[in-house]
Design a protein around this ligand. Structure first.
Ligand SMILES: NCc1[nH]cc(CCC(=O)O)c1CC(=O)O
Length: 312
């Protein structure tokens, strides 16, 4: 048995909450175990003033952390799965998916209870293309402004009246016990979350099978199949953060239903497809929905975005 586990994590409040959460579960399961945090700054943490879609490249919040795992500077990494690219580097595995938090987004505002009650021209902060396009699909008359930074910083900007409303992940708000005067949960089919939003993943080196056993108690099979289906959809699209993409799976008994969505940057064309399969065919389901979305016009949208040089 290992007596010390080193967790590589980003230094944001949300990342630290997540690492401490897993650390607490490990120490409760293995009394006497020591857990150390190795805090690592990623490119996404260093560049805070540019929308993510313009920085480009995948895995802005995970690359340096994966390098630490490969170099043996940490045993495991705790990630927000939504930040982890569909394709992992050689030698690493995402062995464990703990129970997922709420996958939805939330609308937050000081003065307005929901999207519908915003006045024309209201300033809404989000830098996510997925959130922007879905918002435009609901309300064409809003002024959408760039908003980056850690979750607590973003809520601070809302409270400081830089925005009339912002949109963030519900899971992050719940984890950090943050709130705003008005909160509206934005759930499917009105608003689809990012692939794997609300889920954590534990990544480690594939040549350390003893970790499979040690961490198995943290794995949550229903969350894992949903995340597998959603990530397989993302993989099938080969999409980066320059294209609005959403993916959302639910499990009912042993039946898995996946909805995948790709939109163009103006939100004029929204391609959405849904399919159902047995839970043990999660990966095939994701690939099927990706093919259906591509065939229905998603391919044209992806080609256009990449041909235009992706810089939105
Ligand atoms: N992109 C940053 C990020 N990565 C994970 C979360 C939220 C927590 C989660 O989805 O598990 C957030 C904040 C947000 O999108 O508002």
């Amino acid at each position: 048995m290992m007596n010390t586990i080193r967790i590589a994590t980003r230094g944001s409040k949300l990342a630290l909450w997540q690492a401490h959460h897993i650390s607490g579960l490990l120490r409760a399961q293995y009394p006497g175990m020591t857990v150390e945090l190795n805090i690592i700054k990623t490119k996404g943490d260093k560049i805070l003033d540019v929308p993510l879609a313009k920085i480009g490249g995948k895995g802005l919040f995970v690359k340096e952390i994966e390098e630490a795992l490969l170099a043996g500077e940490a045993d495991i990494a705790v990630h927000s799965m939504k930040d982890v690219p569909a394709q992992l580097p050689e030698g690493l595995k995402l062995g464990i998916i703990p129970e997922r938090e709420v996958p939805t987004d939330s609308f937050l505002s000081v003065n307005y209870p929901d999207i519908a009650s915003l006045p024309a021209g209201a300033r809404v902060g989000t830098s996510s293309l997925r959130r922007q396009t879905q918002l435009m699909g609901l309300r064409r008359d809003l002024c959408i402004l760039s908003l980056r930074g850690n979750l607590d910083t973003r809520v601070g900007k809302l409270m400081a009246d830089e925005f009339d409303a912002i949109i963030v992940a519900t899971a992050g708000m719940n984890r950090l016990e943050l709130s705003a005067p008005h909160m509206q949960e934005l759930a499917p089919p009105m608003f689809y979350p990012a692939v794997a939003q609300g889920a954590l993943g534990i990544e480690y080196r594939a040549d350390r099978p003893q970790l499979d056993e040690l961490l198995a108690f943290l794995d949550h099979a229903p969350s894992k199949v949903c995340v597998e289906a959603e990530r397989s959809f993302l993989f099938g699209l080969d999409g980066g953060c320059q294209v609005p993409i959403a993916g959302y799976a639910t499990l009912s008994g042993s039946e898995l239903t996946l909805t995948g969505l790709v939109a163009d940057l103006c939100g004029e064309r929204v391609i959405r497809r849904q399919a159902t399969a047995p839970a043990d065919a999660a990966v095939a389901l994701g690939a099927d929905v990706a093919r259906a979305v591509l065939a229905a016009g998603g391919k044209d949208i992806l080609d256009e975005v990449y041909r235009s040089g992706a810089a939105v």
